[in-house]
Design a binder for this molecule. Structure first.
Ligand SMILES: C[S@@+](CC[C@H](N)C(=O)[O-])C[C@H]1O[C@@H](n2cnc3c(N)ncnc32)[C@H](O)[C@@H]1O
Length: 250
């Protein structure tokens, strides 16, 4: 049985990975949204907009509930609520109470605490009944989860029949010229930004290393099929910096 995995470039016991990941997000939670803007030059907004268009919440009053796994501070959920009609609701599930705390405060100040709810939950054992949600998303979260296959099965389990699963994740840049620039930016600028803004570069080294260790989009698509998703597809954005994966529960 597989009992080791990657934490960035480090080989660690599978049972140690979650605590290491939790420590990363504990350190970055307070500045998480600001750092996303700084590191991506605002591009993460366009990537999340593409995700929300694919989630496709109804514009009218029909009930529609999104589960956003590893939803952190709730960014995808807030965007989905803004795009949907009066019947749209979102549930943010995340394992990190600091990230959830930032999101809850944001929901309160925006008067959205009745439509966006936050639950402390592990993607590998979601505390919801089978077939509960119209759509399930996970943005920049899956590569942090120790047992990706288990989390994929769980996300399919809680999806209603006919529901769509969407996963936004970093991918592999293979545009000549852009790849070298991206490499330089990732390993030099990103950790330096982390040190300047959060006071730590280690969490940001993990970020860039974990991106490099994540499976190629075709390999990830295979994992989605193995978890039972149908009509699996993906598309690359921004020269392959990110991939938007899609699958259905049919
Ligand atoms: C890079 S953040 C993404 C947050 C949000 N989805 C976004 O796009 O802004 C990754 C999130 O994954 C969460 N996470 C890591 N392991 C998890 C697990 N096993 N179950 C649920 N959430 C997890 C972290 O706590 C963190 O909030």
């Amino acid at each position: 049985m597989r009992d080791h995995t990657h934490f960035g470039y480090r080989d660690v016991p599978l049972s140690d990975k979650q605590a290491l990941v939790d420590d990363v997000f504990h350190k970055v939670a307070r500045r998480y949204d600001l750092m996303n803007d700084l590191m991506s030059g605002g591009l993460h907004r366009a990537w999340k907009d593409a995700l929300v268009i694919a989630i496709n919440p109804p514009k009218f009053d029909r009930d529609f509930v999104l589960l956003d796994v590893a939803g952190g501070t709730g960014d995808v959920s807030f965007r989905t609520i803004a795009a949907g009609g009066a019947g749209t609701r979102a549930m943010v599930a995340d394992i990190n109470v600091e990230m959830l705390g930032v999101g809850r405060a944001r929901a309160r100040t925006s008067g959205l605490d009745d439509v966006v709810t936050f639950v402390d939950a592990n993607a590998e054992s979601l505390p919801f009944p089978d077939k509960s949600f119209d759509a399930v998303s996970i943005a920049f979260g899956i590569r942090n989860v120790p047992r990706i296959d288990v989390a994929l099965s769980e996300m399919r389990r809680v999806l209603k029949l006919g529901g769509r699963f969407l996963c936004l994740e970093f991918s592999n840049v293979d545009v000549p010229g852009l790849d070298a620039l991206y490499e330089l930016y990732s390993f030099n600028v990103v950790p330096a930004l982390g040190r300047a803004v959060v006071g730590e570069d280690e969490p940001y080294r993990y970020l860039v290393e974990s991106i490099r260790r994540f499976p190629h989009p075709n390999a990830f698509a295979e994992m989605m099929r193995a978890a039972g998703f149908a009509r699996v597809s993906h598309r690359l954005m921004s020269g392959g910096i990110v991939a938007l994966h899609s699958g259905w529960r049919l």
